[in-house]
Write a protein that binds this ligand. Structure first.
Ligand code: HDE
Length: 763
């Protein structure tokens, strides 16, 4: 027997050493029921998902993405094979010349596995590397045939499938979600007439006016080349050196230093196409258009202290939020808005509509809401979908055309070009996530990773051998460029330069700043102070403050004071001495507070503190009410697991004070029960939890004896006593009236008046 044992692989009798799967050796072609193979919770299947383990992406309602079904792979109940389909008998050991001998080159199974692994990564995007995506649909409110023949806008109720990717710009693929940064908002419409990509941002303007400056801008903001720091941050010398020398960036800097750059959620950001585009109808008549996405859940942001803390506790904060909202059914939703205007109107504006550093105030050209977009399905696989999706500013369809914005022109080139190196060749359009839902026919052939198998010997046009097919669609059906554009061009000489109005660098920076609430203005000043204080070269700070003097003396002064400057530098000379008088000098719609949302609390995360000795009943009632309204309540206790309640109503803590700190939640509920309050008070995390909730302007409901915790956390007593702050609710127990007040306060999401009061006191 000893000899026999020595001849066998040493672990032949240890079937379970590598888990139950390794002990099962199915015969070729045999399918094993997943239930009999999988220990509960070990693998993700539809039936096993729980909120904690995660679950497979939910189906969603959009039939249009059925085209991805043909490539979805589900390995439940299937045998392990090589990429050639050869069943693998042993996935634990490489092939050796004897148990202690060398591994054999012949082991094609080992080599295939390692080789594939060696090549698993593709280059990350040069900008917008960090992103998260979701599927959904766009639904048209009414036919827009008068202005455009674009397929999604032809019928009321028509649904067009979409895939959306949100992103930060500067950080690398694994960087934090809550960096101060612009957010990408890229939408791929899979229309009946090909893919239309609306590749926008969450801010309506940009840093530069001409694409030729884009590599400079990005080199300046990315980590500095000698030591590769800082990651995902603009608070360093090279960024501010560049922008302080480029006054055209001032308007965008106002946005980037505002709370827009630290959104609470992707679901609570506006989106913008930025450039002026054209809508074109069937008669080839065109109007100008700017695209807007208006969030159903309102525009809400974080405060800086919160964003910094979240970066450490949950770098995936926005990705997780998007995933969880969709899994819980609180589907992110936006309305698509159009600002439509004619070329004649544009010619009279005080600014140039081809200048991407300018916006069109909604008071000047109202936004017409033409449809809604719902994101209702998470991707099945991050790499195959979110990483491999290739957006392209050049992807337009009949009915949509470009303007002569010089920034847009560079983008029309850049996106296609970058995909060729990122996705390894010219056939990236064949990746399932990128392929249109209508058929593709042309004479383009071959190249790396070609999937299609074109039939026949014709790959040219004109041809007679293929009956002239594929034939050109003609002006009736095919894409036709708007002719005006060409005529306008012929009148001009070739030139490297800019129209005069491009040189007005400050009027709209002022417009934005003057349209913010005092709290928002204070945040902008604080952001400039923070970023500029990180610089090592004082001259750059000076230059920036001298530029800010052209926006607002008060802002420049606050920043200078915060930087310890003893005297103000002179204002930067203006490029355009006498800019045209703006049509609108204050636009209240530019404030985040202008769009609080529709009052829903769906998707909000609310902590209910729990501890032994608490009254279970009221806490359970809060939990039930929040769940019914689509929010996500979470019991947080000194440790996870069961909590002993004084009334035996069961409470189980999903999270601990240590693993889910207060700043990760939108609101906080403190429980009833003296014993529980004592237990909570003895955990140092509790007071931080309360302080952060209060300081970040969030809703706080304190029940019964918990009031003592508020006092211990330093929540100001005059606020606690009065009704100044709607978000601070202190009550003995949870009655219907308390519930109403609590839900109303939650629906506001934040209570900036808390900070406003503080500002006033300082003033
Ligand atoms: Fe982009 N941009 N960009 N950009 N951009 C890219 O394309 C570029 C600009 C935007 O989720 C790249 O596929 C140039 C404005 C988004 O996959 C690249 C210029 C706006 C995304 C590129 C701009 C955007 C990108 C890198 C100046 C808002 C992420 C990877 C002329 C309207 C898309 C890629 C996604 C990505 C070039 C300026 C939005 C290098 C040359 C303005 C949302 O092609």
């Amino acid at each position: 027997t000893q000899e026999l044992a020595a001849a066998m692989p040493f672990n032949a009798h240890l079937g379970f050493e590598h888990g139950i799967d390794s002990a099962m050796h199915p015969k070729v072609g045999q399918t094993i029921q997943p239930e009999s193979r999988l220990p509960t919770g070990s693998t993700l299947t539809e039936s096993q998902g729980t909120p904690k383990t995660g679950s497979m992406a939910a189906e969603g309602l959009n039939a249009g993405i059925g085209s991805l079904d043909r490539v979805r792979v589900d390995s439940s109940g299937q045998m392990l094979t090589t990429n050639q389909g050869v069943p693998i008998s042993d996935n634990q050991n490489s092939l050796k010349d004897g148990l202690r001998g060398p591994v054999l080159l012949e082991d094609f199974i080992l080599r295939e596995k390692i080789t594939h692994f060696d090549h698993e990564r593709i280059p990350e995007r040069i900008v917008h590397a960090r992103g998260s995506g979701a599927h959904g649909y766009f639904e048209c409110y009414e036919p827009l045939t008068q202005v455009t023949q674009a397929a999604p806008f032809q019928e009321e109720g028509k649904k067009t499938p979409v895939f959306v990717r949100f992103s930060t710009v500067a950080g690398e693929r694994g960087s934090k979600d809550t960096a101060r940064d612009v957010r990408g908002f890229a939408v791929k419409f899979y229309t009946d007439e090909g893919n239309w990509d609306l590749v926008g941002n969450n801010m309506p303007v940009f840093f530069i006016q001409d694409a030729i400056k884009f590599p400079d801008l990005i080199h300046a903001v990315k980590p500095e080349p000698h030591h590769q720091m800082p990651q995902a941050a603009s608070a360093h010398d090279t960024f501010w050196d560049f922008v302080s020398l480029m006054p055209e960036s001032t308007h965008m800097l106002m946005w980037a230093m505002s709370d827009r750059a630290i959104p609470r959620s992707y679901a609570t950001m506006e989106g913008f196409g930025v450039h002026t585009f054209r809508l074109v109808n069937a008669q080839n008549e065109s109007v100008f258009v700017k695209f807007h996405w208006k969030p159903k859940f309102g525009t809400h942001s974080m405060v800086w202290d919160e964003a910094v803390k979240i970066s450490g506790a949950d770098p995936d904060y926005h990705r997780r939020d998007l995933w969880e909202r969709i899994e819980s059914g609180a589907f992110p939703e936006w309305e698509l808005g159009l600002q439509i205007f004619t070329e004649e109107q544009a010619a009279k504006f005080s600014f140039d509509v081809l200048d991407a550093t300018k916006l069109i105030p909604e008071e000047l050209v109202p936004v017409k809401l033409v449809g809604r977009m719902v994101l209702n399905r998470n991707p099945d696989n991050f790499f195959a979908e979110t990483e491999q999706v290739a957006f392209c500013a050049a992807h337009v369809i009949p009915g949509i055309d470009f303007s002569n914005d010089p920034l847009l022109a560079g983008r029309i080139h850049s996106y296609m070009d970058t995909q060729i190196s990122r996705l390894g060749g010219p056939n990236f359009h064949e990746l399932p996530i990128n392929s249109p839902v209508n058929p593709v026919h042309n004479n383009q052939r071959d190249g790396m990773h070609r999937q299609a198998i074109p039939r026949g010997r014709v790959s040219y046009e004109p041809n007679s051998l293929g009956g002239g097919c594929p034939f050109q669609a003609g002006a009736e059906q095919g894409f036709v460029t708007v002719p005006e554009r060409m005529q306008a061009k012929q009148l001009q000489a070739k030139v490297r330069g800019k129209p005069e109005k491009f040189a007005d660098h400050y009027t709209q920076a002022k417009l934005f700043f003057n349209s913010q609430t005092p709290v928002e203005q204070a945040h902008i000043a604080a952001a400039f102070r923070f970023e500029l204080s990180k610089l090592t070269v004082p001259a750059i700070r000076q230059r920036m403050v001298s530029s800010l003097r052209n926006v607002s003396q008060a802002l420049a002064q606050q920043v200078a004071d915060g930087l310890g400057m003893t005297s103000m530098p002179p204002a930067m000379p203006l490029a355009l001495a006498k800019p045209s008088k703006p049509e609108v000098s204050v636009s209240p719609l530019l404030s985040l507070t202008a769009r609080p949302g529709e009052g829903s609390i769906a998707g909000l995360k609310i902590a209910i503190l729990a501890a032994h000795g608490m009254l279970g009943q009221s806490a359970a009632a809060v939990h039930a009410e929040l769940t019914a309204l689509g929010a996500t309540p979470c019991f947080v206790a000194p440790h996870i697991g069961e909590v002993q309640t004084s009334d035996q109503v069961p409470v189980v803590a999903d999270a601990s004070l240590e693993n889910e700190p207060g700043f990760l939640f939108d609101a906080l509920v403190l429980p009833e029960g003296e014993q529980a309050v004592q237990n909570l008070a003895s955990d140092p995390h509790t007071l931080d939890f309360i302080k952060d909730t209060y300081r970040h302007g969030k809703t706080l409901l304190s029940l019964g004896a918990s009031q003592a915790l508020l006092a211990a956390a330093g929540v100001p007593s005059q606020v606690a006593a009065g009704k100044l702050d709607q978000g601070l609710i202190i009550e003995e127990t949870y009655t219907d009236e308390v519930q109403d007040a609590f839900i109303q306060a939650l629906a506001l999401q934040r209570h900036p008046q808390r900070e406003a009061a503080l500002l006033q006191n300082q003033g």
